[in-house]
Design a protein around this ligand. Structure first.
Ligand code: SF4
Length: 259
């Protein structure tokens, strides 16, 4: 038997409001997802966390991607970009990584984390027994921060640019609903949480974003600049905490990396 999920949820929300004398809230994205999702009423055992309902996350992400690709809210970036860099990976991922902004390589290829830092992130994922396709990877900013003509390299996004683009990332997180978020570097943290602190104070412990456990660690570009095994070990210890949180098996070999 099927019934529009939205009707069921609205009825449940009405009951909560009657009992608690307060208005329950739901995001626009959540309501849009419910509108299309049929609910299968089963007399069997309750299904587990994920895979219990058919996912339309890919379609929802595609709709946001389309809006992003036409976005000109930051006129200076819309003029200078080769293309927008939306995000890549599994729309049903349990684990989502967030970086700051596309660099030159990402701007050219239209995919986040494909340059040298991205290749290091891919190696870190492999050491965690993940492929890039298993997780979801996105940046705070979807356009490459521009540079004066004739200059090379990359610049970090400004707070104003991050604030303008942040709603797209919020939608991505809202759709994917990962079990764990990882923010890579202080700029990503500032874009996501709106707070600026030293990485030594932020990394290595759990924070939360909208109820989702958030691990903060160094950006892979930092590890390329600072090749000390002690710094690699810090990032790896953060990733071990992520694996534990996801209840993934960890081998003795994995535990002893960079020791
Ligand atoms: S950075 Fe984000 S908000 Fe600004 S133009 Fe690009 S997609 Fe739009």
């Amino acid at each position: 038997m099927t019934q529009p999920a939205l009707d069921l949820v609205i009825a449940a929300l009405e009951r909560i409001r009657e009992k608690n004398d307060r208005a329950p809230r739901a995001s626009r994205t959540a309501l849009a997802r419910l509108e299309d999702a049929p609910v299968v009423v089963s007399l069997g055992a309750s299904p587990s966390h994920r895979g219990s309902q058919p996912s339309n996350r890919a379609e929802l992400l595609a709709a946001v991607r389309e809006r992003v690709s036409a976005c000109t809210q930051c006129a200076h970036l819309a003029c200078s970009r080769t293309q927008t860099v939306f995000g890549v990976g599994n729309p049903d991922a349990d684990l989502m990584f967030i970086g700051e902004a596309p660099g030159a390589d990402e701007d050219q290829q239209g995919e986040p984390f494909v340059g040298r830092a991205g290749q290091l992130l891919t190696r870190i994922l492999k050491a965690m027994n993940f492929a890039r396709e298993d997780v979801y990877i996105a940046n705070i900013l979807k356009c490459r921060p521009d540079l004066p003509t004739g200059s090379f390299g990359n610049r970090p996004p400004t707070p104003a640019e991050m604030q303008t683009c942040r709603p797209y990332l919020v939608e991505q997180i809202d759709i994917i609903q990962p079990s764990v978020l990882v923010a890579l570097g202080a700029v990503a943290v500032e874009g996501l949480l709106g707070t600026r602190s030293a990485m030594r104070e932020l990394r290595g412990r759990w924070h939360t974003y909208n109820g989702i456990p958030l691990m903060i660690t160094y950006h892979p570009a930092y590890l390329l600049r600072n090749q000390a095994p002690s710094e690699k070990r810090k990032v790896w210890e953060d990733m071990l905490q992520v694996l534990e949180r996801l209840e993934r098996p960890i081998s003795e070999r994995q535990r002893s990396y960079f020791l």
